[in-house]
Design a protein around this ligand. Structure first.
Ligand code: CA
Length: 238
């Protein structure tokens, strides 16, 4: 399965040139010329790698990177202008795995792409398909959560979730009929070392309900007062 790469670059000629080279190498390629659109696209779709220009209309590359790392961490190679040392530092601090200085030789870019893909493999189609590995698909009623593909479907419609919403739903689906406390959910979704309010859990639950319950007319995630949240198998069959 070939890697899926997003090119974020507002210089159209350069974007087109890189696109053709990557297609020639056998990658799947998408393009975007605006920071805001790029951010939305990169949150919506899990890419194996993003080539991200820093000087962009809409939202700067650094800002796209910062937001993306919170929502949907993805390996990013920055495309920076020569001498823009601060951009490189800010970019690496914000979570970029590498940078390439413009103008670059395409061979150098391709080599760095190969390295980044090898060092930062993403879970995608290279992992067994759901037919081969049914354990990796969690179900509730007509909703399916495909773990390796990071995809949630209900009645034939894809539900677009952020990384944390996805983790929250996955945790609840893995523990159907078990009431999970806010602390447990927080740990699963934000990690052990998260310092902050447990009410972020309520915020993510609200997002999930607005994307699932409100849209499909179900009552998926139940609140158990004073305890936490649960998804009940029986509700899915109802
Ligand atoms: Ca630019």
């Amino acid at each position: 399965m070939s890697a899926n790469i997003l090119i974020v670059e507002d210089e159209e000629k350069l974007a087109r040139f890189v696109e053709l080279e990557l297609l020639h190498e056998g990658y799947k390629v998408s393009k975007c010329g605006n920071g805001r659109d790029a951010y939305e696209e990169a949150v919506r779709t899990q890419y194996d790698l993003i080539l991200l220009d820093i000087m962009l209309p809409g939202l700067s590359g650094i800002e796209v990177l910062r937001r993306l790392m919170k929502e949907r961490p993805t390996p990013v190679i920055l495309l920076t202008a020569r001498d823009a040392v601060m951009d490189k530092v800010a970019g690496l601090d914000a979570g970029a795995v590498d940078y390439v200085t413009k103008p670059f030789a395409i061979e150098e870019l391709l080599a760095r792409i190969r390295v980044a893909l090898k060092l930062h493999p993403q879970s995608d189609g290279r992992i067994p398909s759901p037919e081969e590995d049914p354990d990796e698909v969690l179900r509730w009623g007509s909703l399916t959560l495909d773990v390796p593909r990071h995809r949630v479907m209900m009645s034939g419609h894809e539900i677009s979730l952020t990384n944390r919403e996805f983790l929250m739903l996955k945790t609840l689906l893995e523990n159907q009929d078990i009431v999970l406390s806010r602390d447990t959910l927080l740990e699963k979704v934000c990690g052990y070392d998260y310092v902050g309010e447990t009410n972020v859990v309520d915020v993510y639950i609200r997002y999930l309900r607005s994307k699932i319950d409100d849209v499909f007319g179900v009552k998926m995630i139940q609140t158990v007062r004073g305890v936490g949240y649960v998804i009940r198998t029986s509700e899915g069959e109802a």
